[in-house]
Design a protein around this ligand. Structure first.
Ligand code: KIV
Length: 419
């Protein structure tokens, strides 16, 4: 049987803020425009944010976290514009994404977030406060009881603004004391929270631990069956996708992710370190893992993402943020028989099978791959010609890592070979 997954998308269930209408549906919460933009150097203009939001809607994202409205006037305006436009554009299937604004747990932030998102058909306020001992002691300088009181009052306040959809995050949940988490989460549910997001803020947990954390929260928190549980996994140990999958396996039905895995990191790491550290929350990986293995291993989980738009969205974010993604690896095996190494097809994520579109020739590419690509470009070589060219191609590949179509054409033109 073919290892290739089916292309037929499953129907997206109706959106109801505090109810899961299909128990296997995993909502995609995209925070590229909020957490992603917090990557050093990844600042986006309002126009770029709007373009990305439109593209995210096309991709089929359920919730777009458009920004942190209290952070700056520009961010406020960008979120408001996205709420007014993308948040009111119903697609051909009758779907419109939720537009979300982040806020700390204080009235001013929450009011500002509401002022920005309220124009959307489906507005959401996402409010957070830290719950780990270390954050309570050094950052908030507050007792556990005080933090519960603030969280409860602020979720109630957000609901009082007539916002039906309120998400709460206990920041640094990965290092928070369990009993305390169950207690604060139970209190915010009573106050009206509709989604509980569990952030592994410092990326410290292992997949088995994170899965267990979600499972324990689901077992021990009062009222949790009435709300959506969510994951938000950082990549400090390179485990964010694995942790997110583990969380979904344990019952989380929303996952927070960014395009190309861009995202925030505390501290003063250099840009290079931050970039490599923060290839986090990659939903290209998460969504494709769910698509490839969801049915068999993960109990039938599925998302509403139209994977054919992944590459386009990734390229747009790469260009606008200036943060490069990892180039593709050599894929010669794929050319002999698609199933040999390929568990998903390039077309499925919106790539064409062409060199420019992303199938990169490099120093590990073989003669077969080189001949194929040259044929696609219109150059038909006999064995002797190919042999000559192959060694020159290898020399270029040693220096350049990625050999583009332009390089190949230059190489062929140097020889007598003409199309
Ligand atoms: O990493 C984190 O804890 C966050 C929260 C605001 C969700 O970004």
């Amino acid at each position: 049987s073919s290892p290739l997954p089916s292309h037929s998308p499953r129907r997206r269930p109706d959106y109801i803020p505090n109810r899961i209408s299909d128990p296997n549906y995993v909502r995609i919460f995209d925070t590229t425009l909020r957490d992603g933009e917090q990557s050093p150097g990844a600042t986006l203009t309002s126009k770029e944010k709007l373009d990305i939001a439109r593209q995210l809607a096309k991709l089929g994202v359920d919730i777009i976290e458009a920004g942190f409205p209290a952070a700056s006037k520009d961010d406020f305006e960008a979120v408001k514009t996205i709420a007014e436009t993308v948040g009111n554009t119903v697609d051909e299937n009758g779907y419109v994404p939720v537009i979300c604004g982040l806020s700390r747990c204080n009235k001013k932030d929450i009011e500002t977030a509401w002022e920005a998102v309220k124009y959307a058909k489906r507005p959401r306020i996402h409010t957070f406060i830290a719950t780990s001992d270390i954050h309570l002691k050094y950052k908030l300088k507050k007792s556990k009881e005080e933090v519960i009181e603030i969280a409860r009052n602020m979720v109630r306040f957000a609901r009082s603004l007539r916002c039906e959809d309120v998400e709460f995050s206990p920041e640094d949940a990965g290092r928070s004391e369990r009993e305390y988490l169950y207690e604060i989460l139970g209190e915010v549910i009573k106050a009206g929270a509709t989604t509980l997001n569990i952030p592994d803020t410092v990326g410290i947990t292992l997949p088995s631990e994170f899965g267990q954390l979600i499972a324990d929260i689901k077992t021990n928190t009062r009222g949790i069956q009435n709300v959506i549980s969510s994951t938000h996994c950082q990549n400090d140990l390179g485990l964010s996708t694995a942790n997110t999958l583990s969380g979904a396996h344990s019952g989380a039905r929303q996952v927070e992710v960014t395009i190309n895995g861009i995202g925030e990191r505390a501290g003063n790491a250099s840009l290079e370190e931050v970039r490599s550290e923060n290839l986090l929350k990659c939903y290209e990986f998460f969504v494709m893992a769910i698509k490839c293995r969801g049915d068999h291993v993960l109990g039938g989980l599925f998302t509403g993402i139209d994977t054919r738009h992944i590459v386009m969205t990734s390229k747009m974010v790469e260009e606008y943020t200036g943060m490069q993604t990892q180039p593709h690896k050599a894929i010669d095996g794929m050319l002999k028989h698609k199933g040999t190494y390929e568990i998903m097809s390039p077309e499925e994520i919106g790539l064409q099978r062409s060199n420019e579109a992303g199938i990169v020739l490099g120093k590990l590419s073989g003669r077969h791959a080189l001949r194929d690509r040259l044929n696609e470009l219109g150059y038909v070589l006999d064995d002797g010609q190919l042999s000559n060219l192959f060694w020159r191609f290898k020399a270029v590949a040693e220096q350049k890592k990625r050999v583009t179509d332009a390089d190949l054409i230059a190489l062929v033109s140097d020889e007598v070979f003409q199309p």
